[in-house]
Design a protein around this ligand. Structure first.
Ligand code: ATP
Length: 234
């Protein structure tokens, strides 16, 4: 049984349909990447998985149990945490307070505490009393990841964590992923940077216009396949 699965998942913004029958599977321990052009539906898929867009119960399954109709706080308690696009830190709170907020929805015990998050990103310990907004973009992204980890997720959803960051900073952030995996999290990343996505993922899904157009292991899909799945056949 998959850890997390969608079955014919749809999503709407009022009358506008953003997802059309999306089927994905995340196995325990796996890292998935979701790639696709702007507006393909990647963020909508993550919002659906995290309960920010509620759905019919049977379309999202965690351990085979339907969670599609659960509100976001209950989804966090079930072990799914999101690192949102644009980081969304609380600007008036310090680094440490931002991290502590992540622990409110905690799903039982686990690896992640302030101490282990500071071990993962030592610069955050140095800056722990600074307001989130006083940090560099890369450091803010580390806080956003740390905040999600504080709930001890079984599934970590990451939305465009490399957006707007310098390559050396992106490398630093992705260097944390093996430790996050070792601590037991399975991961879904949404990435614009296809090279980065292919490097980190065990399996890749490509989306176009609200549908999955390609899936496979990074080594088994060609640039031409990706081009067609991104932009459609010409
Ligand atoms: P991006 O890389 O731009 O974030 P994406 O693949 O994550 O793209 P989504 O943000 O999921 O795509 O958007 C999918 C579709 O839903 C797009 O056509 C977008 O315009 C539309 N959409 C997204 N958010 C809303 C909203 N709040 N209200 C109405 N339409 C929306």
């Amino acid at each position: 049984m998959a850890l997390l699965e969608t079955r014919k998942l749809t999503a709407f913004y009022r009358d506008f349909q953003a997802l059309f029958g999306v089927d994905i599977r995340l196995e325990e321990g796996e890292t998935l990447a979701i790639i696709g052009a702007n507006g393909a539906g990647k963020t909508t898929l993550l919002r659906s998985l995290s309960g920010l867009i509620t759905n019919q119960p049977g379309h999202i399954l965690l351990d085979g149990r339907p969670i599609g109709a659960m509100p976001a706080p209950d989804v966090v308690a079930q072990g799914i945490a999101m690192v949102p696009e644009g980081r969304k830190l609380f600007p008036s709170l310090t680094v440490e307070e931002n991290l502590q907020i992540g622990a409110y929805g905690r799903s039982g015990s686990g690896t992640w505490t302030l101490g282990t998050v500071y071990d993962l990103f030592p610069v955050l310990k140095e800056r722990r009393n600074s307001p989130g907004t006083a940090l560099s973009g890369g450091q803010q992204q580390m806080v956003a990841i740390g905040r999600a980890l504080m709930s001890n997720p079984r599934v970590l959803l990451c939305d465009e964590i490399s957006l707007g960051l310098a390559p050396v900073v992106i490398k630093d952030i992705y260097a944390a992923f093996p430790r996050i995996r070792e601590a037991g999290a399975s991961i879904i990343i949404v990435e614009q940077d296809i090279g980065q996505a292919l490097k980190v993922a065990d399996r890749v899904y490509c989306m176009m216009e609200g549908r999955i157009t390609l899936s496979g292991m990074p080594g088994a899909i060609s640039r031409d396949d990706i081009h067609a799945a991104y932009f459609g056949a010409h």
